[in-house]
Design a binder for this molecule. Structure first.
Ligand SMILES: Cc1cc2nc3c(=O)[nH]c(=O)nc-3n(C[C@H](O)[C@H](O)[C@H](O)COP(=O)(O)OP(=O)(O)OC[C@H]3O[C@@H](n4cnc5c(N)ncnc54)[C@H](O)[C@@H]3O)c2cc1C
Ligand code: SF4
Length: 516
């Protein structure tokens, strides 16, 4: 029986289970660049460049390995169904294999294909994660809250990562108390940030770059500053560069933000791992080897390993639990209705941290985790922005954003719109946190110390206003009970001044015109 495997743009892994079932002498690989699909959202231009160029490089990798690849380019203008239908007829395909997609909408589409194409269609297991999502959903169905740390420890044991004689290496599961160094500590350390190895754009990259300008001229962002790998061999070198030059300080400065630095000691592997150019276990194994070789300390290696086999896998599982229960995108625990401010598209705000972080995203389609969570997400939460709109914003603006990962991170972790399914408490703060962890406040028009009034940092009064507005929902949460203790000590005049400052500030925000 002649088979074909349809490989999606975020499934560019040689471990792809549909690919592995093919007979390369007889069968065909189908890959499709769909203009229609790419236009469903206003994706950052650099993300489009990464995705289409990586697909073309993967096509060439497969051809070099002896596969026959039927490849539809963007210019052909076919949508997935037209392209699949043509490929099935041209190659007389009797059975189509698709590795079960990472997110629900594409799974539903793949499941509908048998009827539409009138051939046998099989979904093969997803081999790009370490988690069996059906098992995860079965185990956690009906639960109100999940705890990442529990899942992480299970994964450490199951995968035998940083374990010795059944115990965690070094005696602790988690070394975060050694991490979280401040911007001041970074300055005092006199450490130099290492340069990052960046591949030059090759002919395929340049060709795709021109196509992005042709077909998506008005999309957000730019491809000008794009220097990410688009082929596996470069992705592996990029990972090695992180392991060799940045992993050692990853833990210490994981939460530190500098206004003129994009990456600090982070890996920037999410755009690559999410499309299959890197494999999660490959990243973990390299970090563990660096620890045993004495090249990186345990707090950094454990911290990095936790991001991959803990957070990343947990987030994937949470997405599937929530999507099995309804539409996760629509959750809105606090009933927040404010439109996302227009400055999220321009960076034009006097709030320096927001302005600089947005400029980074516009240029690179990337900021590290803390800018996402404690600057961009924090502001949207405190200002009471509609969760599905800030979710769409992250989805469109970031190179590594796909439904399965962006939605639980934004709706769940950042906006607490799922009422605490992913996070045990809202991740929110006033200016004190940003001042301590970054150098943003030094060049800001606002004062991080002032609590109310014109000069006061808006994060300060918005924080308390948010806590007052949502007191009934938040006070019972033990993890933030102490904060309400501080609020209780404030006078009525202080509370009133907070409300007034918040109201004045929020009423002056210009709403965006992009999201209805
Ligand atoms: C509001 C918000 C939105 C986010 N949106 C995305 C997104 O669209 N795509 C995405 O991949 N990550 C997202 N994250 C998670 C995290 O911020 C990014 O994975 C990380 O910043 C990517 O940069 P890095 O590769 O340098 O990560 P590093 O700090 O070097 O971490 C290593 C790897 O761990 C994994 N990881 C760490 N935390 C998470 C997490 N919470 N969820 C999933 N993987 C994680 C990533 O694969 C990452 O590459 C989001 C987080 C927040 C708070
Ligand atoms: S003062 Fe407030 S707005 Fe300005 S950089 Fe600091 S935290 Fe951001």
């Amino acid at each position: 029986m002649k088979q074909a495997a349809w490989i999606l743009g975020d499934q560019l892994s040689l471990k792809n289970s549909a690919l592995q079932q093919l007979n390369s002498q007889r069968d065909v690989v189908i890959m499709i660049e769909s203009l229609e699909h790419a236009r469903e959202l206003n994706h950052h231009k650099a993300k489009l460049l990464l995705c289409f160029s990586a697909m073309r490089h993967f096509r060439d990798e497969l051809r070099a390995n002896g596969y026959q690849v039927c490849y539809e380019e963007l210019d052909n203008g076919k949508n997935f169904l037209q392209a699949l239908s043509d490929a099935v007829k041209t190659h007389r395909i009797e059975r189509l294999l698709v590795m079960s997609p990472h997110e629900q909408a594409t799974v539903k589409f793949a499941e509908s294909l048998s009827e539409k194409l009138n051939i046998e269609v099989s979904l093969t297991p997803n081999s790009m994660f370490l988690t069996d999502r059906d098992e995860f959903v079965k185990k956690h169905k009906g639960k109100k809250h999940l705890i990442m740390e529990h899942y992480y420890r299970e994964m450490r044991k199951k995968l035998n990562v940083l374990m010795e004689n059944g115990k965690p290496v070094g005696g602790e599961w988690n070394y975060d108390k050694e991490n979280r160094q401040t911007a001041k500590a970074f300055a005092q350390s006199k450490l130099k940030l290492p340069p990052i190895w960046k591949p030059e754009k090759d002919a395929i990259d340049r060709e795709v770059e021109a196509l992005v300008e042709k077909f998506f001229p008005n999309n957000i962002g730019t491809t000008e500053h794009f220097h990410l790998p688009t082929k596996r061999i470069d992705a592996e070198r990029f990972l090695d560069d992180f392991i060799k030059h940045r992993l050692a300080h990853f833990g210490d400065f994981e939460d530190t933000m500098l206004q003129n630095e994009l990456v600090m000691f982070h890996s920037v592997i999410s755009p690559l791992i999410n499309i299959g150019l890197l494999d999660p276990m490959q990243c973990v194994e390299k970090a563990v080897v660096a620890y045993y070789d004495g090249c990186a300390p345990l707090n950094s290696v454990e911290g990095f390993v936790r991001q991959i086999i803990g957070w990343r896998e947990f987030i994937y599982g949470c997405y599937w639990v929530k999507m099995a229960q309804g539409d996760y995108h629509e959750e809105n625990y606090f009933n927040h209705q404010r439109p996302l401010p227009d400055f999220y598209w321009t960076g034009e705000t006097k709030m320096n941290c927001l302005s600089k972080a947005i400029q980074k995203v516009l240029k690179f389609g990337y900021t590290h985790h803390i800018e996402r969570l404690m600057v961009l997400g924090n502001f949207a939460l405190l200002a009471g922005v509609q969760p599905k709109h800030i979710n769409q914003w992250f989805w469109e603006f970031y190179l590594d954003a796909y439904d399965w990962v962006v939605t639980p991170n934004v709706i769940g972790m950042s906006q607490f719109a799922d009422g605490g399914f992913v996070a045990t408490k809202p991740y929110c703060s006033g200016a004190a946190y940003i001042e301590k962890m970054s150098d943003y406040c030094k060049s800001c028009a606002y004062s991080p110390k002032e609590k109310t009034g014109e000069r006061a940092c808006p994060f300060n009064y918005l924080y308390w206003d948010f806590l007052m507005r949502n007191e009934a929902k938040l006070r019972p949460n033990n993890r933030i009970a102490m904060i309400y203790g501080t609020l209780d000590k404030m006078s009525n005049e202080q509370k009133q001044a907070i409300r007034e400052s918040a109201e004045t500030f929020l009423s002056n925000l210009k709403p965006n015109t992009y999201y209805a």
